[in-house]
Structures are given as C-alpha cells and as structure tokens.
Design a protein around this ligand. Sequence first.
Ligand code: NAD
Ligand code: TDX
Length: 333
Amino acid sequence: MARKMLVTGGAGFIGSNFVHYLMANTDDVVTVLDKFTYAGNEASLEGLPKNRVTVVRGDICDAPLVDQLVADADIVVHYAAESHNDNSLHDPRPFLDTNIIGTYTLLEAVRRHEKRFHHISTDEVYGDLELDDPNRFTEFTAYAPSSPYSSTKAGSDMLVRAWVRSFGVQATLSNCSNNYGPRQHVEKFIPRQITNILVGDRPRLYGEGLNVRDWIHADDHSSAVLRIVEAGRIGETYLIGADGEKNNKAVLEMILTRMGQPADAYDHVIDRPGHDLRYAIDPSKLRDELGWRPAFSDFEAGLQATIDWYRDNEQWWRPQKAATEAKYKQQGQ
Ligand code: NAD
Ligand code: TDX
C-alpha cells in the first residue's frame, strides 16, 4: 500500500524538492499543505503526477484544517516555515506565528491522531563556530540561536522534543546545513547572485564574505529525510550535512567565474546584524546509524547545474526578482 504523506511547506524550496524526490523514488501519495506566502510557488510543483500529488492552500496555524489533513495522512513531514534570516531581522512576528504556533498546531493534531511526525530544522539552532574551531556541530551541541529566525526554529525543536516526552508523540527531528539547488527563492545567497548576473546587476557580498556555510544539495537533504522517516529512532535528532564548508567569498567567485565574469565583479554591502560566522555539521550519527551517504560530492558540479537551472527557468524566478531587490535596496544590501 502506498504511504500517504502530508508535506507542509511543499511549495517552498526544500519541500518542493522533497515532493519531486518522493515522486521519483517511492510510490507515496502526497498532500502538500502550503500557505503560498511570498516564498511558495505553484510553478515548483508543475509536472508532478496529479493522481499522486494534491495541493491544499492553507495555513499550518489553522487548527481545524490541520486536524482534517493529519487525520487523513500516515506520516507528516513538516517543512513549512518563515525561513529567511534577513526578513526575521526586519519583521519577526510571522516567524513566531508560523514557526512556533504552526508547529504547535501540527503537534497537537499528530498527538490526537497518533501519526508519525518528522520535523525539519536547521543547524542555525546551534549558533556559530569560530573559523579555526576544530569541532563541528553534533547532536550534543548546546542550543545558542542568534537571530529571530533561528530562535523560533530552536523553539519549535523544543516543542517537538517535549511532545515526544510528555505525550508519546512518534516524532523524529533533523537539523540540516545550508541547501542549494533548483527552485530556491531569489532572496537567498546563491540564487540572488546568479540572477543578479543574469539581469546584468552586480552580486552583493555581506561584509568581507569570510563567513562559512556548509553546503548540501537539496536532493541529498531529501534522501536523508526519507531515510530518517523510514529508519530513524523515535525521539532522536539527526544532523544532516555533506562536508561542504566554504566561505561566501569563495562561493561567489566560483559563481562569477563559471558565468564568464571577472572573479572580483561584485560589491561589498553592509553586513547582516548578528551575522553567524561559521556553521559546520558532523553527520557521523546519520552515516553510522542509518548508513546514509550524500550523492552530490562535487560542489562545483552541483553549483554549475544550479546556475544552468536558473538560466533555463527565468519564468520561474523573474516575477519575484524586482520586489526582492527593492527590499534589499531599502536595507542597504
Ligand atoms: P522556503 O521559504 O523556500 O519555503 C517555505 C514554505 O513554507 C513556502 O512554500 C511557504 O509558502 C510555506 N509557508 C510559510 N508559512 C506557512 C504557513 N503558516 N502555513 C503553511 N505554509 C507556510 O523555505 P526552505 O528554504 O524551503 O526551508 C524549508 C524548511 O527547511 C524550513 O523549516 C527551514 O527552517 C528548513 N531548513 C532550510 C535550510 C536552507 O538552507 N534553506 C537549511 C536547513 C533547514
Ligand atoms: O546577498 C547576500 N549576500 C551575502 O553575502 C545574501 C542574501 C546572503 N549573504 C550571506 C549571508 C550568509 O552568510 O550568504 C550566506 C548565506 O545567506 P542565506 O542564503 O540568507 O542563508 P543563511 O542565513 O545561511 O540561512 C540558510 O541556511 C540555513 C537558510 O536561509 C535557512 O533557512 C537555513 O536554516
């Protein structure tokens, strides 16, 4: 029997890649629950089999709707969130509503209906590392979130853990590093720079660009989540990463070079307040316990495929580009 998956935030970047991944690699049927905020995009779900994917436009804070959809599912995979740090610094409230109250609303429904739940979270809950720190984040690292975004994700993780312990909810959690790949909103670092170059504008680097992010392809995130959903131990947290540490300046220079521009053809702009210096994931638990391995070991090849995707899919990103840049301009970024 095909499993019935409820995927929240399935019209966003990582959620839509997960739905595509499920279609290609399982017999599952999927219901997407998505509010279609500025970050949700119907075009991200185009071409998927209509007999296997149903899209519901709605809010994860809407308890009666969530109750009905959870009752009908076997497994809930929870991606929906306000996800952009810069937005959280200018208007934190939606982050509290969706990331905290939305997660609480889902937890109460899976508790009532005794459904399996997987919570998608981020490495940002652990704060940041010094550039020369030999340690990476593990499942034992203390929580120390820096931004309104990461603090609400940390809060949502704590809610899930409490619902497991106090109410016996059958949940697992994963905290992943920075994703790249197709269908990522143009507000985020890699798509912003690629599309700036495509429209003839200069890329924008925050500060000196020495901040390090640990890049993983969105498909590798999806394969890890599916592995945890199928074989993870209830109540456990798994860190997802693919040994992809690079500083922003190096990534930007790679993008420029690959797009035929001089490597220094970018502008430095004011830094993000409270900007985390370095994220780095130790994925040993996921590898050793669940045998997971990433498929994308060559970052430059994955980056080239991502550049090609944005070049070939201008109709997907063009409608959001001007408004996104207008917002950044107001912020001096
Ligand atoms: P995204 O902003 O691209 O997509 C979020 C989706 O959630 C959108 O489709 C949006 O419409 C939907 N949504 C927002 N509020 C909603 C609400 N109240 N009800 C229903 N739907 C709502 O985000 P993303 O980058 O795909 O991130 C997805 C998840 O992965 C988030 O939980 C994020 O914290 C986590 N994560 C992201 C990264 C990354 O690198 N982007 C890394 C680790 C973890
Ligand atoms: O124009 C830019 N210039 C720049 O230098 C932008 C948009 C970003 N940056 C820098 C800031 C970060 O150091 O690039 C890095 C990556 O920035 P984002 O794409 O905004 O990602 P980040 O803040 O690292 O958070 C991402 O990874 C963890 C996701 O957006 C989160 O949802 C996830 O939890």
